[in-house]
Write a protein of this length. Structure first.
Length: 236
């Protein structure tokens, strides 16, 4: 019996998105897939239902894959694939495996010779980068910054310095801490440092702006609890 495949399924970037944001190719895969790795059961169910593709949620099987998951759990969870059934990884937002625990399943798939199939979709990291005006050929994504104030401010200074090399430095924060991060950047960075903020990408409250810290200090930016990507960089 041939093994199944592991599909990487993109989801919405904003709570305002609907099925029109998802490729028909993705919907077609979902129609033929019964087994899923998901970070959040409720979110995954709601996402699949929102596509209105005639998929019966009760017929699906979901396995949690989050930051607490480990390698030893992977072998039994891949049983459907060994029996010839396809499985899919669904992220909380955007594409799996970018700032997402889905890479655990993908790495296991590669080491057990399971075919991995990434489906077309968008990533907030990618969208923020191309909208920033910064270097899109040389960049680094750092994920989340430290939670504690002093280490966070130290990391901000480090990323600010690294951006002088011409490499765009991208990072993010848990949405409810966005305003604290902005406050620290405005306090810590030099006035001429360029900061780009991309919030609620593709949503009705989308805000994308790149300007020096000196101008950000005069800008009322309110993105509390709104997903956002931040970056330091340089204009050509």
């Amino acid at each position: 019996m041939n093994q199944g495949k592991l599909f990487l399924i993109p989801t919405y970037l904003s709570s305002d998105n609907d099925a029109s944001f998802i490729s028909p190719m993705v919907t077609e895969v979902l129609k033929n897939t019964k087994h899923y790795f998901v970070e959040n059961l409720r979110t995954a169910r709601r996402y699949i239902s929102s596509l209105k593709a005639g998929i019966i949620i009760e017929d699906l099987q979901f396995q949690l894959l989050n930051k607490k998951s480990n390698w030893d759990q992977m072998y039994p969870l891949f049983e459907p694939i060994r029996k010839g059934k396809d499985m899919a990884v669904i992220s909380e937002a955007g594409v799996p495996c970018l700032a997402d625990p889905g890479n655990l399943a993908v790495s296991f798939a590669h080491q057990t010779h399971v075919q991995v199939v990434p489906m077309p979709g968008t990533s907030s990291i990618q969208m923020a980068l191309i909208a920033s005006g910064f270097n899109g050929q040389k960049f680094t994504f750092h994920g989340y910054l430290p939670i504690d104030k002093n280490p966070r401010q130290q990391k901000i200074r480090e990323l600010e310095k690294l951006s002088e090399s011409g490499y765009t430095q991208l990072f993010m924060e848990t949405p409810y801490r966005n305003q604290l991060l902005i406050k620290d950047m405005l306090k810590t960075c030099r006035p001429d440092t360029l900061l780009s903020i991309s919030a609620d990408i593709s949503g009705s409250n989308e805000k994308i702006m790149t300007q020096p810290i000196s101008k950000w200090q005069k800008t009322d930016i309110q993105i509390h609890k709104i997903p956002a990507i931040f970056s330091f960089g340089q204009f050509p």
